[in-house]
Design a protein around this ligand. Structure first.
Ligand code: ATP
Ligand code: MG
Length: 139
């Protein structure tokens, strides 16, 4: 089934000039980048985006990191795109990620883990609408 998911290339990756390499890994796995924009998150935006983690001990560090440099937000489309993107990303902690995944090959640490991907259909819809109007997703 064709699905859409939200992906974010995080500040540790934009800082190291890895946007193209990550996009190539996403496309190589069969995902289509159907919308994409580079921006700097405000503190308020980062706190809202990661609201589910507000009570976790790493929340402050996470929001500080996500506002430390530009990010690339993108809508990925493909067959089973949500789960496929999570597979290509690899485990949250790069030390646990499978060889060949984005996080295993490129991430620095548990916090500076290079990419975000929606974790289910409902969060994907909410997260896509956080950054993109339907008219801004040309397909
Ligand atoms: P993401 O939501 O960014 O795609 P994820 O779904 O794999 O990653 P989550 O559990 O949603 O992981 O955590 C969100 C982000 O918070 C992680 O990507 C990571 O950057 C950071 N994070 C998660 N757990 C920790 C932790 N124990 N210590 C520090 N940072 C953490
Ligand atoms: Mg998550």
């Amino acid at each position: 089934m064709t699905e859409r998911t939200l992906s974010i290339i995080k500040p540790d990756a934009t800082r190291r000039n890895l946007t193209g390499k990550i996009n190539s890994m996403l496309e190589g796995a069969g995902l289509r980048i159907v919308a994409q924009r580079r921006l700097s998150l405000t503190g308020v935006q980062a706190e809202k985006f990661y609201e589910v983690h507000r009570d976790r001990p790493f929340f402050g560090e996470l929001c500080e990191f996500m506002t430390s440099g530009p990010v690339v937000v993108q809508v990925l489309e493909g067959n089973g795109a949500i789960a496929l993107n999570r597979r290509v990303m690899g485990a949250t902690n790069p030390a646990d990620a499978e060889p060949g995944t984005i996080r295993r090959e490129l991430a620095i640490s548990l916090t500076e883990n290079s990419v975000h991907g929606s974790d289910g259909p409902e969060t994907a819809a909410i997260e896509i609408s956080f950054f993109f109007a339907e008219v801004d997703i040309p397909g």
